[in-house]
Design a protein around this ligand. Structure first.
Ligand SMILES: Nc1ncnc2c1ncn2[C@@H]1O[C@H](COP(=O)(O)OP(=O)(O)O)[C@@H](O)[C@H]1O
Ligand code: SF4
Ligand SMILES: [Mg+2]
Length: 383
């Protein structure tokens, strides 16, 4: 079990503690028996302050989506707790669960698959209002127009069908639907991974603008660091169902302390040619091992460059590394994280230590946002 990282005192919206989500595997045609478990999430802990964005990053299959789905209770936790605004989500049922669900929404990766092609855009966005019985029929219609305008779409588009829109516009429709019930928390599961790079920036800018306007709190999931590092206050790096490092976005990018984070960062281009020239990518050998039978001790030990450098210490195989506070606000689950700090690999992954003349980028390079510049409507009070 990892240790929760500190969020702003007194303003914690979400607290995840020791979360496990295991999917049972059954075998046998007539007499089925329990043959094992997919340990999709295997002891994840973090806190999230109101208004904060936590990035969740890691290779495909490491448990990011399962974590997100458990938070909004699309999946039940096998162990551990998820406390939303002081209430354990596992204990809530019936109408109380409905009310809680209004307060947390999900945006999905694939804007093509997540919108019903047979429904008009208006009915897609209105659906959550219908399900939760919000307002009268004409109020809902009006609200749909407001929501479309909020995400930079023409309210008249409500009568059209999803196939008439581009990928970026479809993701805006997904965002409008997620906003319909005025949520406080949004779990955005790879919201831009299926989009062209120029469109990615537009959607990210939209999400940031909505956060500023409505005080939203985000869990932002992505498989590569280049996207999350620009939108997140803090980043949690996941590997095989566990968080291996958690730090502020700036610190994680300037001084990664887990060998896996160093490898991930080494693959992210630096827009400074002088730095880029002196960087070297760390190629991790092999695929992520199966979560059905994960490696003992440190899950990462089968692919770890540091372990190899240290002469393959037995401790990595025998002992699960606890998440420890290696510096203020920084959690790292590696027995030998001190050896990462200042290492050649760490410097090469960030481009530091190499000559640099150009200033480092400080924010995500925004592309023009032709589909809308500012929210034009706010979620209606009481809607
Ligand atoms: N409903 C499910 N049943 C069985 N295994 C699942 C299910 N959902 C996800 N998994 C498995 O759990 C692991 C983590 O999946 P996921 O959370 O989707 O990872 P990520 O989002 O990081 O790519 C993967 O090995 C995946 O195959
Ligand atoms: S505990 Fe060992 S195997 Fe795991 S990341 Fe650290 S050095 Fe690598
Ligand atoms: Mg996923």
């Amino acid at each position: 079990m990892t240790k929760p990282a500190e969020a702003a005192p007194g303003d914690t919206l979400l607290r995840v503690d020791g979360l496990k989500v295991w999917f049972p595997i059954t075998e046998g045609l007539i007499f089925q028996h329990h043959a094992g478990d997919v340990r999709a999430v295997d002891g994840v802990s973090f806190d999230l302050a109101r208004g904060e964005t936590l990035g969740l990053v890691g290779e495909s299959g490491c448990g990011k989506s399962t974590t997100g789905r458990a938070i909004v209770r699309l999946y039940r936790a096998t162990a551990g707790s998820i406390v939303f605004d002081g209430v354990d989500v596992a204990t809530v049922e019936g109408q109380a669960l409905q009310r809680m669900r209004r307060r947390m929404q999900m945006i999905f990766q694939d804007p093509y698959a997540s919108l019903d092609p047979r429904q008009t855009v208006g009915s897609i966005v209105r659906e959550p209002l219908d399900v939760h019985g919000v307002g009268t029929s004409s109020e809902r219609r009006e609200r749909v127009g407001e929501l479309l305008a909020t995400v930079g779409l023409n309210p008249a588009f409500g009568s059209r069908y999803p196939h008439e829109f581009s990928g970026g516009q479809r993701q805006r429709i997904g965002v409008a639907r997620a906003l319909a019930l005025q949520p406080e928390l949004i779990v955005a599961d790879e919201p831009v991974s299926a989009l062209d790079v120029s469109i990615q920036a537009q959607i990210i800018n939209l999400l940031e603008r909505l956060q500023a306007s409505f005080g939203l709190t985000y869990v932002f999931i992505a498989h590569d660091l280049s996207v999350v590092r620009h939108v997140s206050n803090r980043i949690a790096v996941m590997y095989l169902g566990r968080i291996v490092e958690l730090a502020s976005s700036v610190e994680l990018n300037e001084r990664p302390l887990h060998p896996y984070t160093v490898a991930l960062l080494s693959a992210v281009p630096v827009p400074d040619p002088a730095r880029e020239l002196n960087r070297r990518r760390i190629i991790l050998q092999g695929d992520v091992p199966s979560p059905v039978n994960p490696p003992s001790g440190c899950h990462f030990h089968t692919r770890c460059w540091l372990r190899e450098r240290l002469g393959n210490p037995e401790r990595c195989v025998a002992e699960v590394p606890a998440a420890r506070d290696i510096a203020p606000g920084r959690l790292v689950a590696c027995h030998f994280a001190e050896d990462v700090d200042g290492s050649r690999e760490q410097r090469q992954s960030t481009g530091q230590g190499a000559p640099s003349t150009a200033p480092a980028p400080s924010s995500y390079a925004p592309a023009p946002d032709p589909a809308g510049s500012a929210p034009t409507a706010s979620p209606a009070p009481g809607a």
